[in-house]
Design a protein around this ligand. Structure first.
Ligand SMILES: Cc1cc2nc3c(=O)[nH]c(=O)nc-3n(C[C@H](O)[C@H](O)[C@H](O)COP(=O)(O)OP(=O)(O)OC[C@H]3O[C@@H](n4cnc5c(N)ncnc54)[C@H](O)[C@@H]3O)c2cc1C
Length: 545
């Protein structure tokens, strides 16, 4: 996907991501796209500027983490130049400005993190905490703020399972542990975290906590924040530990100042996480509802009746169609024929995945879900298992589409049930209006994959021929139009966080008072303002220069 970044997605699924000929024909007819070779080409990237980190600071950081862990080579800095949004990927392909950090610093433990932060605060060097670098909102952009230099603080060496408390079902893990590694380490003790976002292969526990991430199995395991029982934060003012009991009335829950703080208040070094026994049995099935309204009613009923699967994911008619067209083949034709024969005019695919410790438990869960889904057409196990098999393929498919000149990006929001359909319509309208030009007709598809008692998230995927003259502007304008449509109906972000991209919209959601409260917290924890300049909070115009 981003071949210049530190490490790519596992290569295993690459072949499956290539756009099949039949899907290419559909895309051309549907959107006006014609294949254009625009592969990722290292040569196309702007030259890397020399490091502006003063030699004395470099030497001081070297005494803390070891000189071999202060990296200033071009490739090392380039590999941590931004995250994985569509615009980030365009920048790596030579469109727009690429922000390159002056150095990469790799501390080994929480103590070293704290000392690096203290040194950077004293010397006036910006610090960008970096987990897996999968942010899609500019969260790891190497912005300097008011400083002359900025370093990326790569947490990849904080990769240990510190302890497990099987009685309380708690595990302490360091923040740089990636999601697959966490599953491996916890699996040895019979536990799982149950957090499976699409960025699973690369993202880290610290990144999940810092962004309030939500995984595909959130219906069964909750959002990442629900798993955080305790947190350890390194700040330029010292170490801060929170979370001594399962619940507390000792004032507001300060853990929630850290969860979602996006590296702007401190660096999460350790997390105490709630873990669950690994499921023994899993089963995924597909269902189809006729039309969006029926689909939303169905997932709302599943949620209110308490009979969702661990995975509960509803595609709207557009996303269902895209799925059918990309897959193609006789099996898809057979499914479409069957649905037509059953009188389904606007198929909306619903995937339900159950997990259980025993066959009896699994049967009971499945029975309860199916009873609630009385009006749905059951497509059975092959459809559900096919979704499960391909559930991490998205990043690779995006890479393949980008290589061929497609603008492909996603955005997410959430709203209460009573506003959900209005929100979906408003965002789809805004994106379609902004991206439609002579010869370009966007596909705007949407799904619900996180539901709550009071509402649900919406996740949009957009496909449109790329504007070769202004590829960054094409998407930036569309994203702005969508953000304006969201205002008053839903949240600016359900799980991608604020980063740079959503910062201008924060005040509209939490109020200017809310922004001021967050600024006050930042001033207390990071008085010099070195931590992740320009993220979460827009630059403070009143900050001393
Ligand atoms: C293809 C793709 C699919 C995605 N799917 C999902 C999804 O299903 N669900 C979802 O929730 N998100 C998803 N994301 C978004 C992204 O993966 C998440 O935001 C994830 O939580 C980021 O983890 P990371 O380790 O990569 O963090 P990074 O990208 O490295 O950092 C994210 C933010 O957290 C800060 N940060 C990182 N580590 C720390 C730390 N230890 N202490 C303090 N601050 C820190 C960074 O400075 C930055 O602001 C997806 C992204 C991509 C590219």
């Amino acid at each position: 996907m981003d071949r210049l970044a530190r490490s790519g997605w596992a290569r295993a699924g690459d072949a499956a991501a290539a756009l099949p000929a039949h899907a290419g024909r559909w895309l051309a007819a549907r959107t006006g796209w014609t294949p254009a070779g625009t592969p990722a080409a290292p040569g196309a990237v702007a030259p890397v500027p020399p490091s502006a980190l003063p030699a004395s600071v470099r030497a001081e950081l070297g005494t803390i983490v070891g000189v071999e862990h202060v990296l200033v080579e071009a490739d090392d800095r380039l590999g941590r130049s931004g995250g994985l949004s569509y615009v980030d990927l365009l920048r790596r392909r030579g469109a727009g400005d690429l922000l390159v950090p002056d150095a990469v610093v790799r501390p080994a433990d929480p103590g070293e993190v704290g000392r690096v932060l203290a040194a950077c605060a004293e010397r006036g060097v910006g610090v960008v905490p970096f987990g897996g670098g999968t942010s899609v909102v500019g969260g790891v952009a190497a912005l300097r703020g008011r400083f002359d230099s900025v370093v990326v603080l790569d947490l990849d060496r904080l990769d240990r399972l510190v302890s497990v408390d099987p009685v309380s079902r708690l595990a302490v893990l360091q923040a740089g542990v990636t999601a697959p590694r966490a599953e491996e380490l916890l699996g040895r003790h019979g536990f799982t975290l149950g957090h499976f976002p699409q960025s699973y292969e690369r993202a880290t526990l610290g990144g999940f906590a810092a962004t309030r991430s939500s995984g595909q199995a959130s219906a069964g395991y909750g959002r990442f924040e629900d798993m955080v029982a305790g947190v350890r934060l390194a700040t330029p003012r010292g170490d801060w530990r929170l979370g001594v009991a399962p619940a507390s009335a000792a004032g507001p829950d300060l853990k929630h100042l850290v969860i979602g703080s996006e590296g702007a208040f401190g660096v999460i070094t350790e997390l105490t996480l709630r873990v669950r026994p690994k499921p023994v049995l899993t089963r995924y099935e597909g269902f189809v509802l006729d039309g969006w309204a029926a689909g939303v009613d169905a997932v709302r009923a599943l949620t209110h009746d308490g009979v969702r699967g661990a995975v509960t994911r509803l595609s709207d008619p557009q996303e269902t169609e895209v799925g059918f067209e990309l897959k193609g083949g006789w099996k898809t034709r057979a499914v479409r024929g069957y649905l037509a024969a059953r009188g389904v005019r606007e198929p909306c695919l619903l995937i339900v995945g159950w997990e259980a410790r025993t066959a009896a438990q699994l049967r009971a869960k499945r029975k309860a879900t199916r009873a609630s889904l009385r009006g749905a057409v059951a497509l059975g196990r092959p459809v559900g298992e096919a979704w499960r098999h391909g559930r991490f393929a998205g990043p690779r498919q995006r890479d393949a589409l980008m290589d061929q000149g497609v603008c492909v990006e996603t955005l997410e929001t959430a709203a209460h049930w009573s506003k959900l359909s209005e929100l979906r319509a408003a965002v789809a309208r805004a994106l379609t209006a902004e991206l439609t030009t002579a010869g370009r007709r966007p596909v705007v598809a949407c799904h619900v994959s996180h539901t709550y008692e009071t509402g649900a998230s919406l996740y949009f995927t957009v496909l449109v021929p790329r504007d070769p003259e202004d590829p960054v502007g094409q998407w930036t304008r569309a994203k702005e139009a969508a953000s304006a449509a969201i205002r008053g109906l839903g949240t600016i972000t359900h799980h991608h966080a604020v980063g740079v991209d959503h910062a201008p919209h924060l005040a509209a959601e939490i109020g200017q008072l809310g922004v001021d409260v967050l600024r006050a917290v930042k001033r207390e924890l990071d008085p010099e303002g070195v931590l992740n300049p320009g993220k979460l909070l827009p630059e403070d115009p009143t900050a001393p220069r």
